[in-house]
Ligand binder design. Structure first.
Ligand code: COS
Length: 381
């Protein structure tokens, strides 16, 4: 192997970026501001992603998907997030929701749920509860055995795309005496009697992505809905997050790149004291630091994606580190972008205030950055 083959993306990924960037700019970006203002689901993005086969790009080709590997999926999410973070949560949530099935389900189960997912039926992930956020294994939603299956009772909180998604991976307690070893994973469908949804949360950002509670009131499901071994649901949930936190890194990277692009362009358009504000070193230094952060975030995110694809031993470290670094970078870069745009940055005429609000969530969900640092410390290289 020569140096020509490393630290450069192979051409198929560059081509993918080109095509998803063009799709995002034409069909997704133009609606981003309305989606945010109206707190509405980005149906235009949904349609464009389904049409292009990227709605759940990660679904293997044998189940009707695009078969995008972890890096390609990250590039899709990054490019959509560059113009609309809410829309980028569509492919990200679809991967999060369905990864437990991919990692642990039978061939029949994959056939049953992945095929419709690839065609546009969303998949949400139900782990968190009102009293089980960072302390995920404290969950109390119960799945009780009955003769031919299970009955689920309880509620889940902060569920992305709840109500829109057709399928829900539900991590439930099957034996409370066993703690994290008494947890099992199931699939519940939106049409199952007994499932219902709370009112959409009123959020600071990501306003186009519905976040709702999900209630389970005596939801009867068959044994064919269990996708993990009994008692192995928590390990599966954690294993899933090791792979999907990288998609949040990619999302944050996209938000940061979007903000940097806007700030750079603006710095050449805006004139003060008789010259472009770019000509002031103070602004140049800010843009330089923003660009260093974005490019460093990209390198660690892509390295983590490759490790996810290969199942490398240091995945846990890289996954949590990429999520932490990219999301902290997104918060800093979007805040600096607002600063560079000044008064214009603080109002919704430009997208940077939306990007700043969106960036904040990436430091919180799929494990706060404090939890990530715990995972990192436990898995130091
Ligand atoms: N992969 C596989 N198994 C894992 C794992 C992982 N990444 N992390 C933990 N486990 C297993 C452990 O091996 C342990 O089993 P053993 O006792 O056999 O070793 C079991 O799960 C319990 O692990 P642990 O004791 O480490 O669990 P904790 O309760 O201390 O919690 C953290 C660990 C804090 C890391 C976990 O609860 C977490 O990630 N919390 C954040 C949850 C989150 O991201 N929520 C966001 C919403 S979901 S989008």
């Amino acid at each position: 192997m020569s140096l020509e083959d490393i630290y450069t993306l192979p051409s198929e990924y560059l081509e993918l970026r080109k095509s998803i960037r063009s799709l995002s700019e034409k069909e997704i970006g133009p609606h981003a501001s309305a989606v945010d203002e109206e707190h509405r689901y980005p149906q235009e993005a949904h349609n464009a992603l389904v049409k292009s086969g990227l709605y759940a790009a990660h679904v293997p080709t044998e189940f009707g998907g695009d078969g995008a590997d972890a890096l390609a999926t990250c590039i899709v999410i990054e490019e959509v997030a560059r113009v609309c973070a809410s829309s980028s949560l569509i492919p990200a949530v679809n991967k999060l929701g369905s990864l437990p099935l991919i990692l642990s389900g039978s061939k029949e189960q994959k056939e049953r749920w992945l095929r419709p997912l690839a065609k546009g039926k969303g998949f949400s992930y139900c782990l968190s509860e009102s009293d089980a956020g960072s302390d995920a294994s404290a969950l109390t939603t119960k799945a009780e055995r009955k003769s031919d299956g299970w009955v689920i009772n309880g509620s889940k909180k902060w569920i992305s795309n709840a109500g829109v998604s057709e399928f829900y991976t539900v991590i439930a307690q099957t034996d409370s005496s066993l703690g994290s070893k008494g947890i099992t994973a199931f699939i519940v469908e939106k049409t199952d009697p007994g499932i219902s949804f709370g009112a959409p949360e009123k959020k600071m950002g990501f306003r186009g992505s519905p976040t709702r509670e999900v209630y389970f009131d005596n939801v009867n499901i068959g044994e064919d809905r269990r996708i993990s071994e009994i008692g192995k649901g928590f390990a599966l949930a954690m294993d899933t997050l090791d792979h999907t936190r990288i998609t949040i890194a990619a999302q944050a990277l996209g938000i940061a790149q979007g903000a940097l692009d806007v700030a750079k362009k603006y710095s050449h358009e805006r004139k003060q004291f008789g010259k472009e504000i770019f000509d002031f070193q103070g602004v140049q230094f800010m843009l330089a630091d923003m660009a260093i952060g974005v490019e460093t975030a990209r390198q660690i995110t892509y390295a983590a994606a490759a490790k996810s694809e290969r199942g490398d031993k240091d995945l846990k470290f890289f996954s949590a580190a990429s999520k932490t670094y990219a999301t902290d970078t997104a918060m800093k870069v979007t805040t600096d972008a607002v600063q560079i745009l000044g008064g214009y940055g603080y109002v919704s005429d430009y997208p940077v205030e939306r990007m700043m609000r969106d960036a904040k969530l990436t430091q919180i969900y799929e494990g706060t950055n404090q939890i990530q640092r715990i995972v990192i410390a436990r898995n130091l290289p």
